[in-house]
Each structure stands twice: as structure tokens, then as C-alpha cells.
Design a protein around this ligand. Structure first.
Ligand SMILES: Cc1cc2nc3c(=O)[nH]c(=O)nc-3n(C[C@H](O)[C@H](O)[C@H](O)COP(=O)(O)OP(=O)(O)OC[C@H]3O[C@@H](n4cnc5c(N)ncnc54)[C@H](O)[C@@H]3O)c2cc1C
Length: 412
């Protein structure tokens, strides 16, 4: 076999790279290594419908085995790449096999942060990143339902809140312990946090803020409670730790690629080695102003994957679209576009009472981001406005009768 394009990591970004290579008419060999036992699957449903409906895991597939075969993408499952030998241009596998590459893509994703706490290793203390994690959580929630024991969620971010919603829908008593003063505080404005908090409370979820956790307590090796600094104990049949992830850049670091909070890439997903690209959760993108941007989203994995494949083929197709993300909690669809960090004004549009509104973030009078709560139309028009660099005024946003999408057709 002639030297292949080798992809390390068979997730969202890895599959996208393989797909784009074929789409761009690359006919040479593609080998994709995946550490997991399952063929590539979508992670978003794991914290949402998957734990409610319990569908066959095969329904999560990004691309089925048949498609991979048809596209002649050589997927090697349960195959962990343990090193990249840049001098010899080889990927090294756990079984010492060496696979030469013409070009290499690193799409290794991210790893769950673990709490440096006594009791964090107890049975029933779980995190959610993979399908295997979700199956374990499913069994733990079954245990809570059967025993009447509550669930404690550590962390009021997206995944913690989605799991809280899922568990409460199953009739489990849920407490969310958040270290900061409001929900999803790193990414949304207080008004959005408040709407989400109201929604969770209306479903009976207990929310506690500014909580410092001191230990997870067990009995006979299994979790029984979470202890906080003020001496309270929260009984738990299961504890879900949702305190974020770290980029999995270990291979890249060991190979001497530039890394800082992830593998550093440019807008075309190129790393500091011209033969190596990287995409998805493992990366930090160097922006035009020199800052590093790390995103964890399907859109980012897909778009960086497309850019990476183009770079492997010697083309330059940078990822420039505004970042977007979504989260489902109960019947609420929260959709975010743009980056709201550094905003100086927030204007809302819609019905705050019914939690069907959008928050428009401005900096220096220009629109930089929009969070929409069950307002799909706002989200879609905001994506177009931000992508085209068209900014409404705050007055236009505040005036519900003004059609924001009309700005897209106005002469600039
Ligand atoms: C529960 C959950 C819910 C989510 N919900 C949303 C959502 O609602 N909206 C949204 O936009 N995003 C969501 N995300 C985020 C989104 O799924 C990720 O951003 C996306 O999967 C990143 O893709 P990736 O290819 O970078 O990484 P991954 O999909 O994590 O794939 C990386 C793969 O590489 C493998 N790997 C790592 N190292 C090696 C190695 N050395 N050798 C071989 N294989 C290796 C890993 O095992 C893994 O399978 C969610 C994520 C999770 C976990």
C-alpha cells in the first residue's frame, strides 16, 4: 500500500476529514484509527434523548460501516495510536505496529476533567463523554428510579443541565451543585441563566450556587452523598460530574507540536508541522488578533475537519463562519451563535415570561452574538447576520416588528 493519509481519532472531526478528502476526489488510501470499540457516533444525543428513549446505539452512527467501506475508508477500531514519529513520518500503535503517512490528521477530541476530591473514584460517580459512559449512566439512573435515590449533578453547564433534565423527566429527584453564581455562566448572559434556572426549578430540580464541594462520601465502595464546605450532605444514588473537558493533545505534545490549551492550529487547521493537521475538540485556533480560541461543538469539528482535509490536499479553505452551538433541556431549545465574551450591552427580543426570547449581545454598538431560547427563526437570521458582518442597531433588535432578516437584503 502506498503511503496513506492517516487520521488519528474516529469521531466527528475524523469522519469529516475522511468524507471531505473523498468529496475532493482524493483517491489514495485513508486509514482512520479509533480507540473506541464502536464505529464513529454522534455524541450530542448521549446527554439528551439517548438516555430517555434508549435507542439501539447503532442509530447514533455518524457514518455506518457500509458507507465507510463504500468510500474505502479503512477504519481500524480499538486501535490506539500511542506516538507520532515525525522524523520517520509514522504513526505508532499500541501493539508497536508502525503505519507510514503521507499526511497526518489529529482528531483526538477531549478528556473529561476529574475532580481532585476524596471519593471521586467511588462506584456511581460518573462523567459523560463516550457511549460507554452513557450506558453506565443509563444503568445508574435505572438504579435511582428503582431505589428512589436522588441524583446529584456537579456542575451547572450544558451537559450537567441536559442530564438533570433527562433524569428529572424520569422522575428522579435531582440536585445541581454549581460552584459559580449562576448556570452556564461562562457562556450566557444572566438573563439566559435565569430563564434556564426557572425552567429547571419548575421541573422540581434543586439548584444550589457558589457551592464548594469537599468530598464524595461512600458506603461499601458505592457513592452515598456529596459533602459541601458548609457541612451539608446531599444524598445520592448517583453523582454526575459535569465540570468540563481538557483537550486531548498528549500525542501532539509528545511529538513536539506547538500546543497551548490544545493543539495550536490556524484557520486552515494546520499545525506547526506542515505534514500534520488537527481538528475538533483537541485544538486551539490562533485568531487574527493572536488570541487562542477553543471550541467544543459539532459545528467546529465539522468545519475544522473540512478545512483540515483541504489543507492535506494543498488547498487553503479556512473556517470563517460564526461559531454556533445548541443545547436541549426539557422542551427548551437553546441555540447560540457568535462569541459573547466582552459584550457591553444585551438587548432581548421575544417573550421573557414564556422563556421564548433571544438575547442579542453587542460590543461597541456591533452585534457579536445571539442566544435564542426556542426562537429558531432568530437563531437562523443571527447566523446569517454574523456570517456576513451585518449588525442591526440595538433599537432594531428591541423593536419586535422590525424584520431583522431584511437587513440581509439591504444594500451595504
Ligand atoms: C454528551 C455530549 C453532548 C454534547 N452535546 C453537544 C451539542 O448539543 N451540540 C454541540 O454542538 N456539541 C455537543 N457536544 C460536543 C461535540 O460532540 C464535540 O464537540 C465533538 O464530538 C468533537 O468532535 P471530535 O472529533 O473533536 O472529538 P470526539 O468526537 O470526541 O472524537 C475523538 C475520538 O478520538 C479517539 N481518540 C483519541 N485519542 C486517540 C488515539 N490516540 N488513537 C485512536 N483514537 C483516539 C477518541 O476515543 C474519540 O473517539 C456534546 C458532547 C458530549 C460528550
Amino acid at each position: 500500500m502506498s503511503e496513506a493519509f492517516v487520521i488519528v481519532g474516529a469521531g466527528q472531526a475524523g469522519v469529516q476529514i475522511a468524507e471531505t478528502l473523498r468529496h475532493e476526489k482524493y483517491t489514495g488510501p485513508i486509514v482512520m484509527f479509533g480507540a473506541e470499540a464502536q464505529p464513529p457516533y454522534n455524541r450530542p444525543p448521549l446527554s439528551k434523548k439517548f438516555l430517555l428513549d434508549r435507542p439501539d446505539p447503532a442509530t447514533l452512527a455518524i457514518r455506518g460501516t457500509e458507507w465507510l467501506q463504500r468510500k474505502q475508508i479503512d477504519l481500524r477500531q480499538q486501535a490506539q495510536v500511542v506516538a507520532v514519529d515525525r522524523e520517520r513520518r509514522e504513526a505508532v500503535l499500541a501493539d508497536h505496529q508502525r503505519v507510514p503517512y503521507a499526511g497526518l490528521a489529529l482528531t483526538t477530541g477531549a478528556r473529561l476533567r476529574v475532580l481532585p476530591l476524596e471519593g471521586a473514584q467511588l462506584r456511581g460517580v460518573l462523567g459523560l463523554r463516550s457511549l460507554d459512559d452513557a450506558l453506565q449512566i443509563g444503568a445508574a439512573l435505572d438504579h435511582c428510579v428503582a431505589s428512589g435515590m436522588p441524583l446529584v449533578v456537579i456542575g451547572g453547564g450544558f451537559i450537567g443541565l441536559e442530564l438533570a433534565a433527562t433524569a428529572s423527566k424520569r422522575g428522579i429527584a435531582v440536585t445541581v451543585l454549581e460552584g459559580l453564581s449562576r448556570l452556564m455562566s461562562r457562556v450566557v448572559a444572566p438573563i439566559v441563566s435565569e430563564a434556564a434556572a426557572n425552567l429547571h426549578r419548575a421541573h422540581g430540580v434543586r439548584l444550589l450556587f457558589d457551592v464548594k464541594i469537599t468530598a464524595i462520601l461512600g458506603h461499601e465502595g458505592a457513592v452515598r452523598a456529596v459533602q459541601t464546605a458548609d457541612g451539608q450532605e446531599f444524598a445520592a444514588g448517583c453523582v454526575i460530574v459535569g465540570v468540563g473537558v481538557n483537550p486531548d493533545d498528549a500525542l501532539a505534545r509528545a511529538a513536539g507540536l506547538d500546543c497551548e490549551r490544545g493543539i495550536i492550529v490556524d484557520g486552515c487547521s494546520r499545525t506547526s508541522d506542515p505534514l500534520i493537521v488537527a481538528a475538533g475538540d483537541c485544538c486551539a485556533r490562533r485568531c487574527a488578533d493572536g488570541s487562542l480560541l477553543r471550541l467544543e461543538s459539532v459545528q467546529n469539528a465539522v468545519e475544522q475537519g473540512k478545512a483540515a482535509a483541504a489543507s492535506m490536499l494543498g488547498m487553503s479553505k479556512p473556517f470563517t463562519a460564526a461559531p454556533w452551538f445548541w443545547s436541549d433541556q426539557y422542551d427548551l431549545k437553546l441555540q447560540m451563535v457568535g462569541l459573547s465574551a466582552g459584550y457591553d450591552e444585551v438587548v432581548t427580543r421575544g417573550d421573557l415570561e414564556k422563556s421564548a426570547f433571544s438575547a442579542y449581545y453587542f460590543r461597541g454598538g456591533r452585534l457579536i452574538a445571539v442566544d435564542s431560547l426556542s426562537r429558531f427563526g432568530d437563531h437562523m437570521s443571527a447566523r446569517k447576520l454574523l456570517d456576513r458582518g451585518v449588525s442591526p442597531t440595538t433599537a432594531q433588535v428591541a423593536d419586535e416588528s422590525f424584520e431583522l432578516a431584511s437587513l440581509l437584503h439591504a444594500p451595504t
